[in-house]
Design a protein around this ligand. Structure first.
Ligand SMILES: [Zn+2]
Length: 487
């Protein structure tokens, strides 16, 4: 936690107002923080060996090729001696254990404190299945030696990307903006003619009445420009925050899905050394499937189409980039207790039989299997509530990041953005750990896939969002110099 007292660069008007004596004293002391912002960037290849089990679905599959490599991409930000690291991984999700080990290695290698490090997963569905102490992971291959070895290596690879980034800090100019990308992401839950709520209702389905919720077309952009030149400098990196499931490529070859395609599109303009970091937004119920369009929407071509469309939105937004006002860099994490969902009597016992018996998960038994893995995971906690990390990082009064511990429904992400005092808030899901789906309260009542597979009780999402807004409010007050000095 940052304890540095907030201060700000004296404005010219204030300087004229203070007496000469005070001014001399101020000059002798120097500014409380340097105006210079520095950023370091690095990426480490985390593509697993072939044969590695892949994550993403309710059936086991091993990787037999590499379409495009997977990366741990790190952006280290430094302001007045304070540093924070934003890391994005081309994998489906990150575990508590991997984050804890990576943070410990990062502290050791760089001195950046753990709660100043946000490690998020893009949620690519064509990456590795990590070993993660859950029955579903075990059944998808997470217990295989190759997965255990890879999972043990991953924290070191993440720390390596942060270490190299922190060794390459250079003066930069940061700018941010909110772009828009319409008609690319869709709410994948639908109200149906028979009164039910359906998940992925299918293309051109005449029984769809309307989507059951909103989307978030906002494209959050942070642009990192080299400050070496007086005029426009080289764009070194672009941090993109957009809410949409990356499950477009499919198949059994490793791929970073549309975040990889977007990186190629932005790199095509800014040059091969440019780094694109994609932090997924609150996309628990959002995907790329347009049910009103008959297009197939699957495969590497679809990832490319999305990369081009989203890339166009980022380029368009680039014209509206606003310089980020320099200010203190602070970070804070809080552990939030979230209850377990109720299980029916005998549900866990029956779940074990289901998991043993169900072989065809793609057919009529899919939801049976989903509910069974949920019951096993919930029973395994023996009544112990979750303690989930909500993290906030703020730079000055303009820009903040929020890290949330699972697949968050878009309604919750929109509520955080609406109530954040920062002009630009990046809501990052699947940050630091993953509890699975985090629906809003209303969606729990409506049922279907995500609420019925959720490992947390109704109301957990609102609680986590509430803490996120609280942390943002505190950091904003402190960065504005309004904080109680005794805090
Ligand atoms: Zn998902």
């Amino acid at each position: 936690m940052t304890t540095r007292k907030a201060s700000s660069k004296p404005s010219p008007r204030i300087c004229r107002a203070v007496s000469a004596g005070v001014l001399i004293a101020l000059l002798a002391l120097g500014p409380a923080w340097a105006a210079e912002t520095r950023v370091g960037l690095a990426s480490t290849d985390i593509t697993p060996p072939l044969g590695m089990p892949m994550a993403g679905y309710y059936h086991a599959r091993g990787a037999d090729g590499v379409l495009d490599p997977l990366w741990s991409k790190a952006l280290v930000l430094e302001q007045d001696g304070e540093r924070a690291a934003l890391v994005v991984l081309d994998i489906i999700s990150v575990t508590r254990e991997v984050t804890d080990e990576a943070r410990a290695a990062i502290v050791k290698a760089t001195g950046i404190p753990g709660d100043h490090v946000m490690i998020s997963a893009t949620h690519a569905h064509t990456g590795p299945e990590l070993a993660k102490r859950s029955q579903r992971s075990d059944d998808m291959g997470g217990r295989q030696q190759i997965a255990v070895d890879y999972t043990a290596r991953l924290p070191g690879l993440i720390a390596e990307s942060v270490r190299r980034a922190s060794e390459q800090l250079q003066p930069v100019r940061l700018s941010a903006c909110k772009g828009q990308c319409q008609d690319l992401a869709f709410n994948r839950r639908f109200f149906m003619r028979d009164g039910t709520t359906a998940w992925n209702a299918g293309k051109l389905n005449p029984n769809i009445v309307m989507p059951a919720g909103p989307t978030d077309p906002e494209v959050g952009v942070l642009s990192v420009e080299s400050a070496a030149a007086k005029g426009p400098g080289q764009i070194l990196a672009t941090y993109v925050n957009f809410a949409m499931h990356p499950d477009t490529t499919g198949g059994s070859q490793f791929s970073a899905d549309w975040p990889g395609a977007l990186s190629r599109v932005l790199g095509g303009y800014h040059g091969s050394n440019h780094l694109t970091l994609v932090a997924n937004g609150a996309c628990g119920n959002i995907n790329h499937v347009d049910t009103s369009w008959r297009g197939a929407q699957k495969g590497p071509g679809e990832a490319h189409r999305i990369g081009v469309m989203l890339g166009a939105a980022v380029f368009q937004a680039g014209k509206a980039l606003t310089p980020v006002t320099v200010g203190p860099l602070r970070a804070r994490s809080e552990r939030v207790e979230c209850d377990l969902p109720q299980l029916a009597p005998g549900e866990a016992e029956e779940a074990w039989q289901t998991v043993a018996a169900v072989k065809d998960d793609r057919g009529a038994n899919f939801m049976k299997l989903v509910r069974a893995y949920r019951a096993i995971a919930v029973a395994d906690r023996q009544g112990k509530p979750h303690r989930l990390e909500v993290q906030a990082i703020a730079l000055g009064r303009d820009v903040a990041w929020v890290g949330l511990p699972g697949e968050v429904f878009v309604e919750l992400g929109l509520a955080i953005k609406k109530n954040s005092p920062f002009a630009q808030t990046f809501v990052v899901e699947l940050a630091n750990e993953n509890i699975g789906y985090i629906p809003d309260r209303r969606s729990f009542a409506e049922g279907a896939y995500e609420p019925e597979s959720s490992r947390c009780a109704p109301g957990s999402g609102e609680k986590l969002a509430g803490v996120a807004i609280q942390l943002l409010t505190q950091l904003h007050r402190e960065n504005a110099g309004l904080a109680d000095a005794t805090r």
